[in-house]
Each structure stands twice: as C-alpha cells, then as structure tokens.
Design a protein around this ligand. Structure first.
Ligand SMILES: Nc1ncnc2c1ncn2[C@@H]1O[C@H](COP(=O)(O)OP(=O)(O)OP(=O)(O)O)[C@@H](O)[C@H]1O
Length: 380
C-alpha cells in the first residue's frame, strides 16, 4: 500500500510545512444558523428554527472532536454551516490556511472559498445517497481531482488506484459501480473520495451509523489509520457515544442548538459535568455488569428549536432542576481541566459517568473487506 500525497493542490505554495504545526485548525465563534418559518397569506417570516444558536468550538490540528446529542439537536446543521454548505446567520468560522492565514469562512468571497474548499471535506451517513450510481467507482473518486483540475490521464488513474488501496479496496474496483459493493465498502469509497484532494479537515456526519457493528469498527479503524498517515483533523458527528468514545479526543455535547458541555473524552465520559451528558451516557450499553451504572432515564422529547423552553433548555427533562433553571439561561463556562459546562449546578452535582469497553476491543481495520462484487453494470 503506497502512501501517496497529491503532487499539487490548486491553491498551495510548495512550502506547506506550516500545515503540520500544532494549534487550532478551526475556530467557530458564536455560530448561528436560524431557518426562517414562513406563515400567513404573504408568506412572511413569523419565527425561526434556531438549529444552531451561538456555538463556540476550537478544533486543533490532528485531533478528533466529536459533536454528540440526540436527533434534532443541531449537529448536522453545525457541520454543514462550518463548511458553508448552509449560509451562517451570524458568527465566525475561522479556518487557518497555511498560505492564506486565518480566514473567516462566514464572510469569505467565492474566490477564497474556492481555495479553501479542497481542504475541507464531508463524509455522509448514507453511502448510497452520497454516491452517484451511474458513475464508476473510479469516476466517483476522481471527480474532485477532475473538478479542481489537479491531474488527468495516467496520473489520475494512478492516484485513484492508490486511493482505493489506501482505503482497503483494490485498484481493479475502479471500473465497477457503487451498487455492487457492500455498505462498508461503499463507505470506504466515500472516504477515498473525501481524501482525494488531501484535505486538512473532514467532517464525518454519522459516517458509520448505518453500518453493522463489526463493519463500523473496521471503518473507524480505517479513519484512525488515515488520520495518522495523512495528518487529518476530524469533526465526528454522532449520536452513538460508544463509537465516539473510541474515536474522539474531545467531545462537544449539543442540546437544542447550543453546546452544554465540552471536554476531553475520557474525563467527560468518566465524570460528566452536565445532567444531559449524564443521561446520554447512562443509555450507552455497558456489557460488564460490574461497571454498569444505574440508568438515568431521558424522558420526553427534545424541545423544538423553534420554541425552546425558558432558562436552561434542559430544565424540562432534568432530574436535578431547581427554580433558577427555568428562569436563567446558564452560560457555557470553564469548569477546570480544559472542560466547560452550561449548568447552574455543575460544581455541586456528583454526576455518574460510563465505562465503555476499551478501544483495543475493536477488531482490526484491515481484514479482507473486499468480497466478490455482484455485477459490473450500473443500475437504471
Ligand atoms: N433546512 C431546514 N429548514 C428548517 N429547519 C431545519 C432545516 N434543517 C434542519 N432543520 C431543523 O434544525 C434542527 C436541527 O437539525 P439537525 O439535522 O442539524 O439536527 P441533528 O442533531 O443533526 O439531528 P439528526 O441526527 O436527526 O440529523 C431540527 O429541528 C431540524 O428540523
């Protein structure tokens, strides 16, 4: 397996060594994405779905930051707004480009975005939906390189072959069609496409959620392997905390468009500082009965981001809520050891964590994942 880097990016100076430096790659400041609600005869704006409502995040180079929370909490919208697939309503998304320096993507012009886009990629949950069934796998992977005019001809074919090998597939699979591959293999194809332009940042949006547990583990190990080899930075969006525990260095917990807790993974898992984190953790299956903790039931639904509760948004479901919680919105504040929490009582509550099986329990990343393909013809 060759570890090829593309020879040139459309935007790069030869001296790209700053890329390897420590420090933040991405700084998200007070990011908001509100979707207008239209109503009445004249379709006037009568309200807003505050899908992302003042999110602050720093993502350091080479790390994996997980964004977790129940369905509808705003995780995907945060990821899409960072990449400016959605226009931000307010706030800043500062991307540290080795040549251009810090660039605020929220206000960057189209020329600047064109230079930045190759460096930021996204991998979606559903490999079916994100791959065009009429394209060969080779074409799917080559497309970003063709669109960005990075290479063509034999050089392009060689690059595609290398990318297939890097993700555990075979070069000859370039001529086949996505529908002939299993879910895990299709996700590998999606990963090959995402790394084709040698990006710095990949947003993995529920990237392994649709896969069986054993295949999930293989794809996670592949992502970790590629992260080491290609110095990738991941924002890993997931509702599955057992997956997050394996892959992430730090975790940001999101609830109704806001962050309620952030911190290093192990510390946050073993000693949560927000009742919402405790509730999410207590739902993680723990196979060892000796380490199993009492389940804190999470009752009711996530409130609508169009009409959130007063005060702390979690107070309607929080077993520890006091009078102040329905009145005053707690700010996300430092609670020591690189951690932040948005709870009036985070210093006083003795919340329960979760013990999740160690990462070593995951199966190896590179078993023979290439089963025989069924057909080489495209579906209609
Ligand atoms: N284009 C849109 N127009 C209006 N509301 C939207 C739009 N996209 C998302 N929303 C709303 O924003 C909120 C956050 O959605 P988002 O998909 O970001 O959440 P999520 O945490 O990623 O959940 P899931 O895992 O189910 O996708 C939801 O209430 C959703 O209905």
């Amino acid at each position: 397996m060759t570890d090829t880097k593309i020879e040139s990016r459309p935007d790069d100076s030869p001296d790209d060594s700053a890329n390897a430096a420590e420090g933040p790659l991405l700084e998200v400041r007070d990011l908001k994405k509100h979707f207008p609600i239209k109503g009445g005869l004249f379709r006037r704006t009568v309200g807003a779905v505050k899908a992302v409502d003042g999110v602050n995040l720093t993502v350091n180079r080479g790390e994996t930051l997980a964004v977790v929370g129940e369905s509808g909490c705003g995780k995907s919208t945060t990821g899409r707004t960072i990449l400016r697939l959605e226009e931000p309503t307010d706030g800043e998304v500062v991307f540290h480009h080795p040549k251009l320096g810090p660039v605020n993507l929220a206000t960057a012009d189209s020329n600047t975005m064109q230079q930045i886009r190759p460096r930021m990629q996204i991998i979606f949950q559903d490999p079916f939906a994100s791959l065009d069934s009429r394209m060969t796998v080779g074409r799917v992977i080559a497309e970003p390189l063709i669109i960005n005019k990075v290479m063509k001809g034999q050089q392009l074919r060689d690059r595609v072959a290398d990318l297939l090998t890097m993700v555990g597939l075979r070069p000859e699979h370039a001529s086949r069609y996505p529908h002939a591959f299993s879910g895990g293999q299709r996700q590998r194809i999606g990963i090959a496409r995402a790394i084709a332009l040698d990006p710095d940042l990949i947003i993995c949006d529920e990237a392994v959620s649709a896969l069986d547990v054993s295949v999930q583990a293989q794809v996670i190990n592949l992502l970790e392997d590629l992260q080491d080899r290609l110095k990738l930075t991941y924002v890993f969006i997931s509702h599955d905390l057992s997956v997050v525990e394996h892959i992430s260095d730090r975790v940001a917990v999101m609830y109704v468009g806001k962050l309620v807790e952030t911190g290093p993974t192990q510390e946050l898992f073993s000693k949560p500082k927000h009742p919402y984190t405790e509730a999410l953790l207590s739902a993680v299956p723990q196979p060892d009965p000796r380490t199993r903790t009492e389940v804190v039931p999470l009752t009711g639904d996530v409130p609508s981001p169009a009409n959130p509760p007063s005060g702390c948004y979690f107070h309607t479901r929080c077993p520890y809520a006091q009078d102040i919680c329905s009145v005053e919105t707690p700010l996300l504040r430092d609670v020591g050891e690189g951690r932040q929490a948005a709870c009036h009582f985070s210093d006083q509550l003795n919340l329960k964590g979760a013990v999740v099986p160690s990462a070593e329990a995951l199966p190896d990343a590179q078993p023979d994942v290439v089963t025989e393909v069924k057909s080489t013809t495209p579906s209609a």
